[in-house]
Design a protein around this ligand. Structure first.
Ligand code: M6R
Length: 610
């Protein structure tokens, strides 16, 4: 989604703005721009379509100077990606500039009114109404009053940064249903859509509350005001990441770095919840008294996080004997779900900002459910909307394609399932202990898989020029396949679909031919012989078959085109280990096709709009 940065007080605002926009690139965007108040008091703006590099080039020929500025990466919603539609947008007199993340739902009505009042528009965006509305209410002296009156008319979601040419020593910010972080430094103040651009400058940020307005000053102080205009005490949060976390180190892409981080992240995640061979969650994370009472579990999530939810259902139903529904949040939010005070809702969101998941959380809570949010991002919106929060502790994930956050979600969900089994006495103690010790093997097994990735790279060459790839697996492996197929389509643009292996002969097998390869998950488990039969069925239709299988299943290598081996582990946890070769396969295929692995087309890391 769009990314916003702003700064005031720095000698050269442009340096922070460009650097900040680069650090927000992972959110996904198609154009970018910055505005700076120049030393002679005008607002100067440069915008460009495409990557930040294009903006950098434009700035090289038209440098902007000044100490107060705002910047934006735009992910088009209203109006095509174009220089005209890129932010910042300016008032008619060019003395106010606005950048915006979100969607203004009543923009057409506002636009019609503003046109009647004599404002002229140059873009097709919803955002442009905001700057004209502020202009309409600005009396030439009081930016805060203008912002208050203007934002009170906005329906929808927004985070805004605003420049007033008359106030070169301040920038202004506000938000509703869209994130915004601000911070003070000895040199001045900064703001951004998330904490990542701020990490090199501070370890404490203030996440603005809904409808709060902030006035950031060049002297390195800021004030926050409630929508009523009353001064409010800013609420500070510590950033738990440091500057090194956002470096690429020896890796060429963040996705590769993040894939390789998995063993260490999973290991410390497990360690943080295990004491004296028992699993532990604090009362802030999961209320222990409520666990005994849970009669029904609903999981809401989108994309990869939804796949993590499907995984949790397998474990929870098997280990706890509780009915679990897994719901796509964008559907759930418009249904009439049956939940009550005995329902535990797990809301899974890496970013903690996904609009649909947040709406699902609100709906479930309004109907009496207790909601536990699982997220990777401290300070994210979900942390303020749920009853309880469990952090998945994957560290900053910058690549749009989720990798380490997926396996961290699986790990936390495994731990929560075992914890619930422990608290409810749902499994014999020795079975709980056996499962925990199997889970503890995951980091080492992942490290093993990552030691030599040459076979995945070789196999990727067999698949790189294909137009469609079918993934098949049963049970837990069906979930591994769904996530593997999502990774492939996201970053390589090859059509990929996952099917339950037993289901392909009910339709999808019609797609199989010599040009449509099949990636099959054949790890150890109760349905392995059935999956092998399904593999033979697609082979009989001339498909090229790549299998992910457990070391020791030697028979399989004789019957397929390539095997990616994974170590033996309890079937439940094979999703964690077998996902690694599938992540690598997607990565190498995308690289082989020359795709931008970290920033795939059309996608955004945090989907903050519907
Ligand atoms: O931040 P969230 O986990 O709520 O995001 C949900 C999806 O947008 C996300 O998982 C998406 O599918 C990823 N790009 C997958 O790689």
């Amino acid at each position: 989604m769009c990314g916003i940065v702003g700064c005031v007080g720095f000698d050269n605002a442009g340096l922070f703005l460009l650097d900040g926009l680069k650090r927000l690139e992972y959110r996904g965007y198609d154009s970018a721009g910055i505005s700076i108040i120049s030393p002679d008091g005008t607002i100067d703006t440069v915008k460009s379509v495409g990557k930040i590099a294009a903006l950098e080039n434009a700035l090289a020929t038209q440098p902007l100077r000044g100490s107060a500025g705002i910047g934006h990466t735009r992910w088009a919603t209203h109006g095509a990606p174009s220089t005209q539609n890129a932010h910042p947008h300016l008032s008619c007199d060019g003395r106010i500039a606005v950048v915006h993340n979100g969607i203004i739902e009543n923009y057409q009505t506002l636009r019609d009114n503003l046109l009647r009042a004599g404002h002229s528009f140059v873009s097709q965006t919803d955002t442009e109404v905001i700057v004209h509305l502020i202009e309409e209410y600005y009396d030439g002296t009081d930016p805060l009053a203008a912002l208050q009156t203007a934002t009170a008319q906005l329906e929808g979601a927004y985070s805004l940064a605003v420049l007033f040419a008359d106030h070169p020593h301040h920038i202004y910010a506000t938000r509703k249903d869209s994130p915004l972080a601000i911070c003070a430094t000895p040199e001045g103040c900064l703001l951004a859509s998330d904490a990542i651009p701020l990490v090199p400058y501070t370890d404490k940020v203030c996440y603005l509350a809904d409808c709060e307005i902030a006035e950031l000053a060049a002297d390195g102080t800021y004030k926050c005001f409630a929508a009523t205009g009353a001064l409010v005490e800013p609420c500070l949060s510590c950033i738990e990441w440091d500057a090194e976390d956002i470096e690429l180190d020896e890796f060429s892409e963040y996705m590769l770095k993040e894939i390789h981080e998995q063993p260490i992240r999973i290991q410390s995640l497990i360690a943080s919840h295990v004491r004296d061979r028992a699993i532990y969650f604090s009362e802030d994370e999961i209320p222990s008294a409520f666990l005994a009472d849970v009669q029904h579990i609903t999981i809401v999530a989108c994309g990869t996080s939804y796949h993590a939810g499907l995984f949790a259902r397998e474990l929870m139903e098997a280990w706890l004997g509780i009915r679990v529904d897994v719901e796509i949040a964008s559907e759930y939010r418009y249904r009439t779900p049956v939940v009550d005070a005995h329902t535990l809702v797990l809301a899974i969101s890496q970013s903690g900002e996904t609009a649909d998941t947040l709406a699902a959380v609100r709906l479930a809570r309004s109907r009496g459910a207790t909601v536990v949010g699982l997220t990777n991002v401290p300070g994210s919106r979900i942390t303020r909307e749920c009853d309880h929060i469990v952090f998945i502790q994957a560290g900053i994930e910058i690549s749009v394609a989720a990798t380490k956050s997926f396996t961290a979600q699986l790990t936390v969900l495994s731990l929560i399932s075992l914890y619930m089994a422990q608290m409810r006495g749902a499994l014999p103690e020795d079975e709980n202990a056996r499962l925990l010790s199997e889970l503890a093997q995951v980091p080492e097994q992942m490290a093993d898989i990552l030691t030599d990735t040459s076979e995945v790279e070789r196999v990727s060459k067999l698949l790189v020029d294909k137009h469609s790839i079918i993934y098949v697996g049963r049970g837990i492996s069906n979930i591994t396949c769904r996530e593997g197929a999502l990774k492939l389509k996201e970053i390589s643009y090859i059509h990929a679909e996952a099917y339950a292996a037993g289901e392909i002969k009910h339709g999808p097998i019609a797609l199989v031919d010599a040009e449509t390869p099949v990636v099959a998950l054949a790890v150890n488990g109760k349905t392995l012989p059935k999956t092998v039969s399904n593999i033979r069925e697609v082979q009989a239709r001339n498909a090229l078959v790549v299998v992910v299988s457990t070391v020791g299943n030697d028979d399989i290598s004789g019957i397929v085109d390539a095997v990616l081996w994974v170590p033996r582990i309890a079937e439940e946890f094979s999703c964690l280990t077998a996902s690694v070769p599938l992540q690598l396969l997607a990565y190498h295929i995308a690289k082989g096709k020359g795709c931008n692995v970290d920033q795939p087309r059309n996608l955004a890391k945090s989907v903050t709009v519907e």
